[in-house]
Design a protein around this ligand. Structure first.
Ligand code: AGP
Length: 372
């Protein structure tokens, strides 16, 4: 009913708007006033976490994209090797797991069969499993050694939005916690990122307030056949997520690429007027990444692409090559997906509406996939 949708036309719009609160709720009580992480609810003793020799993340769809981003954070802050794998592929390739492997299973519903089968397999091999889940008491957390709940609240729209942002928050918390417990040389950076994470809900809110031009742009693209998405580093999974949202909702051909891969093939797809969304990392921080993507944007623009650039406010280098510039607030490099994904959700939702599609119930899809 209209009341359930809180005055929005679709659950998806309501859930997009709820993201600042969902993010804040997922952080609530997990960072104390001194900036220390309080994750006692993750009932895996610190002594066990110190011995972990490998982290393996398993998930499907949007949750898998959160897991891809988590890999960058975990390896950087903890120096533990981490791999992220589609749950449906993981089990069938005879993966190497033992008692020192920490498996993280990410799932909004907690009922995704592919993810459940992957975690069962991991536990049979003696690995410890931590679930990151949004649904209290669902099967995946019940069958795991420990659980960190995301507090997104019920997500009704088939296309995942607020669950994704809170999965990211949970992944960052786990990565920072592992880093703290193991005492890496990134201690100071970890403390400052924890502080920035406590501010992030406000920044997500700022993004939401500036989305009207994104909606206008989306409406002008309703008759396109293809939209491409490019990113590097954590912007790469963001590009994949933007493409997945567009496929699910607008039924358009959409593909995400690692920007560095362009010249290895996908650049052949660039032709006059094809919309290409580029997620640009902060010009501060790791500036190599930034310089590289600026030259990628130049390359595709020289071939006629219509560039839609998502960049940090004040990033002057990208302006001249952006046909459309979508500005996002400054964040630490690894946290950028929390603000960079939001315009892509709005973009996909608006394009779906412009094409006359049912936003909350896309064709052929179910909210939770309980078959393998
Ligand atoms: C997201 O928009 C999708 N509908 C889908 O990819 C989803 O993320 C995937 O099926 C995993 O679901 P889960 O998080 O409930 O396990």
């Amino acid at each position: 009913s209209a009341a359930e949708k809180g005055g929005y036309d679709y659950f998806m719009l309501k859930e997009i708007a709820e993201q600042p609160k969902a993010v804040a709720d997922t952080l609530l009580g997990r960072i104390d006033l001194a900036g220390n992480l309080c994750l006692d609810e993750v009932r895996i003793p610190a002594s066990v976490l110190r011995e972990v020799s490998k982290v393996v993340i398993v998930a499907c769809g949007t949750a898998y994209h959160a897991g891809m981003i988590a890999k960058y954070a975990i390896e950087h802050w903890t120096r533990i090797p981490c791999e992220t794998e589609l749950a449906s592929e993981f089990r069938y390739r005879d993966p190497i797991l033992d008692q020192r492997t920490l498996v993280i299973a990410i799932s909004q519903s907690g009922e995704t069969m592919d993810t459940l089968m992957a975690l069962r397999h991991a536990r049979e091999q003696g690995a410890k499993v931590l679930a990151i889940c949004n649904t209290n008491g669902s099967t995946i957390p019940r069958e795991s050694d420990a659980v960190l709940y995301t507090h997104a609240g019920p997500e009704v729209a088939v296309a995942s939005t607020k669950a994704f942002l809170t999965q990211l928050v949970a992944c960052y918390l786990v990565a920072l916690y592992l880093g703290q417990v193991r005492g890496t040389k990134w201690g100071d950076e970890i403390l400052s990122v924890i502080r920035e994470l406590s501010e992030i809900a406000t920044q997500v809110d700022q993004v939401l307030e500036t989305m009207e031009p994104v909606r206008e742009l989306a409406r002008t693209l309703a008759d396109k056949n293809t939209v491409l998405f490019l990113g590097r580093h954590v912007g790469y999974p963001v590009a994949l997520e933007g493409a997945l949202k567009l496929k699910e909702l607008a039924y358009m051909h959409a593909e995400g690429f690692a920007a560095g891969e362009l010249k290895h093939g996908p650049i052949a797809l660039i032709e006059q007027d094809v919309p290409v969304v580029v997620v640009v990392p902060s010009p501060r921080g790791r500036s190599v990444l930034h310089d590289k993507i600026v030259s990628n944007i130049q390359e595709i623009r020289a071939r006629g692409a219509r560039t839609i650039v998502i960049a940090e406010r004040g990033d002057e280098a990208v302006g001249p090559y952006a046909d459309h510039l979508i500005e996002i607030p400054a964040t630490p490099t690894l946290l950028q997906p929390l603000v960079a994904t939001v315009p892509l959700q709005v973009f996909a939702c608006e394009l779906a509406t412009a094409r006359g599609n049912e936003v909350d119930q896309p064709r052929n899809l179910a909210k939770s996939v309980t078959v393998e």
